[in-house]
Every structure is written in structure tokens, then in C-alpha cells.
Design a protein around this ligand. Structure first.
Ligand code: SF4
Length: 368
């Protein structure tokens, strides 16, 4: 790190630098200083220092597709552009795949050398635990070696409620069916007041954390997300990160943290402006520094666009997610990239243009 003396003479910055160099956890107050008082250049250098310590020149990506089995949902989160009411029809933009549909979609990717299928979607009131387990079996029957990362904590909470059983039982059944890890979705923002405003009714923070803790105890790793840039404050973001950091101290089961930018098309919060790219980069850098105990920080290019995702590699990010192959609609319906598809060549070139070494990884970050 090559910070000028001018910055180091500021005692608050000097104390943050010392904490980062010693790989100690930063406090909530230091997090606020990072968000509100620290020049972006200093943040960038600190986050990049931390990233380099963890990963050297490597930047990761994988070959994956998403399966979004349905967008019918019992909830109606205000930030969500994806969901349709359970009784909606195709004319209203709703879909609801059968297991045969899923099998057919998977068949289109036989030549794609995929290492991961990512499954998330709406919380459909008509499906039961056995159906969701069968969906995993359908994927494993087709591609036995593939890593199945499936179902947000919100979907899992609903499966347990509907089947009148425990989280532990649901996760055990899904694991038995072939579940390999959990995605990080559904975390949004943990603060209950904000959560009620933007995602009222769905699994509260303590359920989200309990589900991830139970998964980790069963040997199922997971990711964690944070939806930012809507009505939350910096304090809310830091509280969210610190709760994730605390669980990581206990279980060590999180692979990656993924900040997700709120996009404002076609949803009930569309009157809110989106945050600037500078805010995105600041948020990545703060995330890298606050979550010293989570190894990977992912920029999801589908949501950010290629240019910002590439810039984020300079602000603490070490992972650009996967090829996706135009298989997700969650962000394109909210105003992001229309047809999210990237070749491995393109993703590698985004990385090499930043003088990093592209490393194809599997879902648990082993080089392929
Ligand atoms: S964010 Fe998820 S739970 Fe909320 S409405 Fe959209 S699909 Fe449903």
C-alpha cells in the first residue's frame, strides 16, 4: 500500500490502516468513517491491499447457468421487478416450469462444460418440499458432477412452514437430493424497519441467519448478499455486514459476499434514483474491508453491467461470477443487461485488461 503521508497524518485513517494491515476486524465506527469521511482513493488502496493479500493477482469466474423455476410468488417485495402473483398467467408475464421443462432447458447446455447450476425463483405456494427436492434430482440425473447451488433462505423458510417441519429437516432432505450449497439471496437488509418497508412479510433476518447457520452445520456452504441503494442508511449496511461477519466467525461457512445494487425499473420503488457508480465502488471497498473473514467479494456483472464490474476489480472485488448464458431474468426485468450472456473469452478479457490473472473456478473456489 502506498498511501501518501497527507492521509496518514489523519489519525482516523492511520488507525484504519493499522487495523487493516494487522488483519483485525474494523469497528462499526470505522465503517462509518469509511463510508462518510474517507477519500475514495484511500478506500481503493486499502481494499486493493486487502484483496491482494488474499488472492494475489487472481480474479475468478465460473461457467454456470441459472434456473428460475417460477416467478410466481406469495410475497410482493417492493424492490422486486421479477415476481408475479400466484394466480397470474403467461399473459401477465408469469411462468411456472414443470420438471420436464427444467430437464429440457438443461439439455440445451450439454456442450457448455458447466460446473454450476444456480436455482432461485419466486416462492410458489403450490409446490411442496418433495417437488423442490425432485428439481435438484432432475439436475443431478442429467449432470451428476455439476454443483447445485439452490434456493434462497426465503424459499427454504417457506418450504419448512408449508411442510410444517424444521429448517434442519428441509435442508437435510435437499442435501440428500443433491444440494451442494445455498446462494446468498433473500438477505436484502437485516434492519427490521427497513426490511418491513421493502420486503414486508418474508423471512426476517434471524430466520435468514438461522438457515445459513444450519446449512453450515450440515456441511452445506453458502454465500451472503446485501441489497443496497434503496431506502437503507450506511448504518443499516454496516449492521447487516457485522451480523454476517459474526456468523462467519462462528461457522466459517460463507464463501463469498455479494453486494447487490437496487435497480429501479418496473417495481414499486421505481421513484427512487439509483446510486452512482462511485457509490457502488465505495460500497465494494467498504465491504472488502469490513468482511475481513469472508474470502471472496463478488461483483455480479449481470446486475452492474460490464464496465462497473470491471472497475470493481480495483476496489476489492476478486470474483465476477459466471457466464450465466442468458438464463436469469431477475435483473434484466429491473432494468439491467437485457440478455445476460458472456463468453469465457470475454470474461477473461475483462479481467486481463485490469492486469489480473483470470482463474476459472468451481463453486467452492477451486481452480478448474
Ligand atoms: S424478491 Fe423474492 S420473495 Fe420477494 S417478491 Fe421477489 S421473488 Fe418474491
Amino acid at each position: 500500500m502506498n498511501l501518501s503521508q497527507e492521509y496518514l497524518q489523519n489519525p482516523k485513517i492511520a488507525s484504519i490502516v493499522q487495523t487493516v494491515v494487522q488483519e483485525e476486524p474494523l469497528s462499526f465506527e470505522q465503517g462509518m468513517q469509511l463510508y462518510t469521511e474517507t477519500p475514495l482513493l484511500v478506500l481503493q488502496q486499502l481494499a486493493d491491499f486487502r484483496r491482494r493479500k488474499l488472492h494475489g493477482d487472481n480474479a475468478y469466474y465460473n461457467r454456470n447457468i441459472h434456473i428460475e423455476p417460477t416467478n410466481k410468488c406469495v410475497y410482493s417485495c417492493k424492490f422486486c421487478s421479477f415476481y408475479r402473483k400466484p394466480k397470474a398467467t403467461e399473459k401477465d408475464g408469469a411462468w411456472d416450469y414443470s420438471l420436464e421443462d427444467v430437464d429440457r432447458i438443461l439439455g440445451d447446455y450439454e456442450q457448455a462444460n458447466l460446473t454450476e447450476v444456480h436455482v432461485t425463483g419466486g416462492v410458489h405456494p403450490g409446490r411442496d418440499l418433495e417437488w423442490w427436492a425432485d428439481l435438484i434430482r432432475t439436475i443431478k440425473n442429467k449432470y451428476p458432477q455439476i454443483h447445485v447451488k439452490a434456493y434462497t433462505a426465503v424459499e427454504i423458510a417457506f418450504m419448512a412452514r408449508k411442510s410444517k417441519t424444521t429448517i434442519h429437516h428441509v435442508l437435510s432432505v435437499l442435501k440428500e437430493a443433491g444440494l451442494d450449497s445455498l446462494p446468498g439471496g433473500g438477505a436484502e437488509i437485516f434492519n427490521p424497519v427497513v426490511r418491513k418497508k421493502i420486503a414486508g412479510g418474508k423471512a426476517p433476518a434471524n430466520h435468514w441467519l438461522e438457515i445459513h447457520q444450519t446449512a453450515h452445520e450440515l456441511g452445506v456452504q453458502s454465500n451472503a448478499t446485501m441489497l443496497y441503494g434503496h431506502v437503507e442508511s450506511f448504518e443499516d449496511r454496516l449492521d447487516h455486514m457485522l451480523q454476517i461477519r459474526k456468523l462467519q466467525e462462528k461457522t466459517g461457512g460463507f464463501n463469498a459476499f455479494i453486494p447487490l445494487k437496487y435497480r429501479n425499473e418496473n417495481n414499486a420503488l421505481s421513484y427512487l434514483p439509483e446510486v452512482s457508480i462511485e457509490d457502488d465502488l465505495r460500497n465494494y471497498a467498504v465491504s472488502r474491508l469490513m468482511l475481513h473473514n469472508i474470502k471472496h467479494l463478488k461483483a455480479y456483472w449481470v446486475m452492474l453491467g460490464f464496465e462497473t464490474a470491471q472497475k470493481s476489480l480495483l476496489y476489492g472485488v476478486d470474483d465476477l461470477d459466471g457466464t450465466v448464458n442468458d438464463t436469469t431474468k431477475i435483473y434484466s426485468m429491473a432494468g439491467s443487461i437485457e440478455n445476460p450472456v458472456v463468453t469465457t473469452q470475454q470474461i477473461r478479457s475483462l479481467i486481463t485488461q485490469n492486469a489480473r490473472v483470470p482463474v476459472e473456478r468451481n463453486s467452492v473456489y477451486e481452480a478448474v
